[in-house]
Design a protein around this ligand. Structure first.
Ligand code: ADP
Ligand code: MG
Length: 430
């Protein structure tokens, strides 16, 4: 069959790489793709915006595409799956109503409250309630800070602010409601308790009726080592999480993941695609931070290389509601993914810098290179965004995988390249 992948990041390169191994695949396409994806799929440069869904449909029909996999959240939240289904095209991912699980943090928090799913205590304010919100903040106890304030809608990972005192919280609130820094996404906000703990990512395959969890992963959101500096889309990841006990894992599934999936069903929502739980663990108790409605980036790049199964039938079964109680098969190894970012990231990103040394890595079978912000410029590959490349290795131990990844990074160069040196360091002795 012919398969199209929508998106242009490391996650999509990883999906294309994995899907390319399927025995069901005939031709692979990507919109818009990147320089790495272009080596295995035919790329078409259509911007993935709501106003271009029509053009994507035309491309699908023209190229006789049988199945489309949606990588990023924005088109899902904008209803691309509904649109493609209405036009008789099969597409992987939740429909518009189901994608609210990521598209509206208020929607998800209401589900948690109604169904008793553990999450931080929260209050909501709409833009029209600015005065009430200020009063609420003024009445908070200084000792109870930090508090977290979040935009309801999508904000590309920048809509969450952790505030240390009332003045910071009021400033953040004004940023949402008065300065409108996040546009419509900030028309409603959540103010919630801060939970301190460690975070994990759990990606689950869903077919509307059945949910199958994949192996756990952890990502690194801050730009600098030791979790210092600004938030990024993710600077690295590793999988599996061998330090999570069976008992804690059961709690995550039975108190958070399955109750949410059942709650969605009870609300009449047929959730198909990836349900990605962002969980924080405090004193061995898991709390839901958020849900995402798609594969995580860069978690996917650490999880899928370990999946032994052909992914394409799994994705198709999710879409058709035929997942049954499939058992996933995993390599018994450890995978580390390190992101190479461009100069100025995350505040800005540099474009057009020549990337050299990639050819020195291609021959090494143990290393995978997934492109993110890259572009072909005549015979050169150049940077084209904040996160540029993902370097991945799998080995018997995290230590070994780390060594392979960091040795390979030494061979790659571009102006202003930055990366974290502590990815999976804390687990290397486990
Ligand atoms: N209640 C909370 N307590 C502690 N940290 C939080 C809380 N909510 C969010 N965070 C931190 O902020 C990050 C981003 O929040 P999240 O809800 O995942 O939103 P998004 O990924 O959409 O930006 C989380 O990964 C976590 O580190
Ligand atoms: Mg998050």
């Amino acid at each position: 069959m012919n398969v199209l992948i929508i998106g242009s990041g490391g996650r999509e390169h990883c999906l294309v790489w994995k899907i390319a191994q399927s025995k069901l695949v005939n031709h692979l396409f990507a919109i818009p793709g990147n320089a790495g994806i272009a080596q295995i799929a035919k790329c078409e440069d259509i911007p993935v915006l709501k106003e271009n869904f029509k053009d994507i449909l035309i491309f699908i029909k023209k190229n006789k595409i049988d199945f489309t996999v949606i990588g990023p959240e924005a088109p899902l939240v904008d209803g691309i799956v509904d649109f493609l289904n209405e036009n008789n095209c099969l597409a992987f991912g939740p429909d518009k109503i189901a994608a609210q699980i990521e598209g509206s943090k208020v929607f998800t928090k209401r589900i948690c409250m109604k169904y008793g799913i553990p999450a931080a205590n929260a209050v909501f304010f709409k833009k029209s309630e600015l005065e009430n919100a200020i009063k609420y903040i003024n009445n908070l106890k200084d000792d109870n800070f930090p508090y977290v304030i979040k935009a309801d809608g999508l904000a590309a990972g920048k809509g969450v602010i952790i505030t240390k005192n009332k003045s910071e919280l009021r400033d953040a609130l004004t940023g949402f409601f008065v300065e409108e820094k996040f546009g419509k996404s900030g028309d409603e906000v959540i103010i919630e308790d801060f939970i301190s703990g460690f975070e994990i990512s759990l990606l689950c395959l869903c077919d509307g009726n059945i949910l199958i969890p994949m192996d756990l992963a952890q990502d690194y959101k801050k730009i600098y080592d030791n979790d210092i500096g600004g938030n990024t889309g993710g600077m690295g990841s590793y999988s599996p999480l061998t330090f999570i006990s069976g008992a804690l894992y059961e709690k995550i599934l039975n108190k958070i993941i399955f109750p949410t999936f059942n709650a969605l069903k009870a609300e009449g929502i047929n959730y198909k695609g990836i349900l990605y739980g962002g969980i924080i663990v405090r004193e061995n108790e898991p709390f839901l931070l958020e849900y995402n409605c798609r594969f995580g980036d860069p978690e996917t790049q650490a999880v899928l290389p370990r999946l032994k199964d052909d992914i394409l039938p799994l994705l198709i079964n999710c879409t058709n509601g035929t997942l049954k109680d499939t058992k996933l098969n995993w390599e018994n190894n450890k995978t580390v993914c390190v992101v190479l970012a461009s100069k100025g990231y995350p505040e800005s990103s540099s474009k057009g810098d020549i990337i050299s040394g990639l050819e020195n890595i291609a021959q090494e079978s143990k290393v995978l290179v997934f492109h993110a912000g890259t572009k072909k410029d005549s015979d050169k590959i150049v940077t084209n965004g904040g996160r540029v490349l993902n370097i991945i290795a799998s080995a018997e131990t995290f230590k070994e995988a780390r060594n392979i990844v960091y040795d390979s990074i030494k061979k790659i160069k571009f102006n202003g390249m930055q990366f974290r040196k502590d990815i999976a360091l804390k687990v290397e002795e486990i």
